[in-house]
Design a protein around this ligand. Structure first.
Ligand code: ZN
Ligand code: ZN
Length: 359
């Protein structure tokens, strides 16, 4: 109910009479409903979850305490959504918001052509504004997701041997996460070895790991809907070369500098600069081609980000990743990623896996 109350305050501030929520993460956040299909219709007095026959019982249970009533929609969902909106504004002219980053044009049209009196107004990141600062319960879910990933990594380490394929390693990692209690992965696991590790988002292939190669694994678990995100880089089956050691040390130093400096009151841009300056000073600035991190929660990537363009000021209760990297085409890449909670006087690092290059 507290989330709905806050959302209604936001509607009032932004002069909306009502709002149509379609994005799954927003829908879950506001109504508690975890199903894959449904639309929220919310105005200042009523909050309705429209879903189909498959989900009626589940929805009725899940919305308890969130302040929503559940209704079944017609096979053509947009007809029901429009009818509900019209009923709520009883023919008067009113302004309704929708999530422009989610409602696709075809569905927008289907809804808009049925609206007789109300004006649909696009918004961006609207529900996301409430989701930036996490509650204690949300942080607990993320903490558990991070623990699950840490446990899976600890079990995976002895399995990282030359001759295994990237796909086998990804499968084992996902299996270990499941065994530790994950609902699933928070995104498709990245395993990239040798020169492929220079691809920051290299999906696993049938390539076999060779002794002495760098291996980057980036993956995460989902727990109670909340995500973890984790990256470690290791050298498999041989002692690291001087260059591997040197660049790993540089990425680690960049990450440690950002972790030590990150605190509430800084902008995402300022935190990004902490790590970027370390890497740039060593001459690899151009090889760190992505932002330092991102917030996460019900979605794996949420605003605000830690990036050179991010002006948002960090607040206690925000949860974000810190993941500097260096990528050299043809040679390989190195990335190290932890999940941290922004606190009053710094951070709490939720990730506890060791950061050793040699295994
Ligand atoms: Zn990641
Ligand atoms: Zn990440």
């Amino acid at each position: 109910m507290e989330r709905l109350t806050k959302f209604r305050q936001l509607l009032l501030e932004e002069k909306f009479d009502g709002f149509v929520v379609t994005a799954p993460a927003s829908r879950r956040y506001l109504s508690g409903f975890t199903g894959s299909s449904g639309v929220l219709v919310i105005n200042r007095v009523e909050a309705i979850l429209l879903t189909d026959f498959r989900y009626l019982d589940q929805a009725a249970e899940e919305v308890e305490g969130y302040g929503f009533q559940v209704k079944e929609h017609e096979p053509q969902v947009w007809g029901t959504v429009a009818a509900e909106i019209m009923r709520l504004c009883s023919g008067g002219r009113s302004r309704w918001g929708f999530e422009s980053e989610h409602l696709v044009e075809k569905n927008y049209r289907a809804l808009n052509e049925r609206m007789e009196c109300c004006v649909l107004t696009p918004t961006e990141g609207f529900v996301g504004r409430l989701r930036r600062v996490k509650s204690a319960a949300e942080i607990a879910a993320i903490r558990r997701a991070v623990q699950i990933t840490d446990q899976a990594w600890a079990r995976l380490l002895p399995e990282l041997k030359p001759g295994r394929t990237e796909k086998e390693i990804a499968a084992l990692f996902e299996y270990f996460q499941r065994e530790a209690g994950a609902e699933g992965t928070s995104f498709p696991t990245i395993v990239a070895s040798g020169p492929r590790s220079a691809l920051p988002h290299g999906g696993p292939t049938d390539k076999k790991i060779e002794a002495g190669e760098l291996l980057v694994l980036d993956g995460g678990a989902r727990y109670n809907g909340y995500c973890s995100d984790f990256t470690r880089t290791v050298v498999v089956g041989a002692a690291p070369t001087d260059q591997q050691r040197e660049l790993y040390g540089l990425v680690l130093r960049a990450q440690e500098t950002a972790l030590a400096g990150l605190r509430a009151g800084m902008t995402g841009k300022e935190v990004d600069a902490l790590a970027r300056e370390v890497i740039a000073a060593a001459g690899y600035g151009e090889r760190f081609g992505h932002g330092l991190g991102h917030s996460l929660g019900l979605q794996i990537h949420e605003p605000p980000r830690l990036a050179p363009t991010e002006e948002t000021v960090l607040e206690p209760g925000m949860v974000c990743t810190v993941e500097p990297g260096i990528y050299l085409t043809g040679w390989g890449g190195i990335r190290i990623e932890d999940v941290v909670v922004v606190t009053e006087d710094g951070i709490e690092n939720l990730t506890t896996s060791p950061k050793t290059l040699t295994i």
